[in-house]
Design a protein around this ligand. Structure first.
Ligand SMILES: CC(C)(COP(=O)(O)OP(=O)(O)OC[C@H]1O[C@@H](n2cnc3c(N)ncnc32)[C@H](O)[C@@H]1OP(=O)(O)O)[C@@H](O)C(=O)NCCC(=O)NCCS
Length: 152
């Protein structure tokens, strides 16, 4: 059965952190995630399936008409089943509703699963930050326009 995608609540934070620890070498703390949840510019989406619980999450921020995908993570055992795609699409839909016109994100050059996901969902490479991630891996800056650029 497909997981449901819903907005996170304060009660989800500890479960999000558990998945976060399985996804990133530099996991965000409960305090960092709670802070985002508590600000009007932040939004967190979770994928949940009963009885397992939280399978993945997507964290976004936005200011005016610009948004950012801050984090997206899916528990290792639940990957490659469309959960990341569903989370990303839900996050983008919400950003569109909030008036966001362009979304940015940053990803390691070696992160092929994430790069494939983002490219498939219409993100394009706009810049490279050379050696940004220790010990010297490039960061790729990707962008997706949520409304067409005006013609000249
Ligand atoms: C990136 C991530 C969120 C993808 O989640 P997911 O639930 O596996 O994604 P989906 O099943 O929706 O996959 C969507 C597409 O992404 C690509 N993809 C996902 N995993 C892939 C892999 N291991 N290798 C190659 N392509 C992959 C494929 O194009 C896939 O479509 P397909 O399965 O039809 O071929 C997940 O791998 C993850 O949590 N990684 C660790 C955290 C991370 O790196 N987050 C991104 C930081 S910028």
């Amino acid at each position: 059965m497909s997981p449901i995608i819903r907005a996170a609540t304060a009660g989800d934070v500890e479960h999000i952190v558990r998945v976060e620890k399985d996804c990133f070498p530099d996991p965000w703390s409960e305090a960092s995630i709670s802070r985002i949840l508590g600000t009007p510019s932040g939004a967190i989406w979770v994928a949940e399936r009963k009885p397992q619980g939280i399978l993945g999450y997507a964290i976004t921020t936005s200011v005016s008409d610009e948004g950012e995908i801050e984090r997206i993570g899916v528990a290792p055992a639940c990957r490659r089943a469309g959960v990341g795609t569903s989370l990303l699409r839900s996050a983008l839909d919400r950003l569109i509703q909030a008036g966001v016109k362009v979304v940015w994100l940053e990803v390691r050059r070696s992160n092929e699963p994430a790069l494939r996901l983002y490219e498939r969902e219409g993100f394009e490479l706009v810049r490279v930050r050379k050696g940004y991630y220790p010990p010297g891996e490039d960061a790729l800056i990707l962008r997706k326009l949520l409304v067409p650029e005006p013609a000249c």
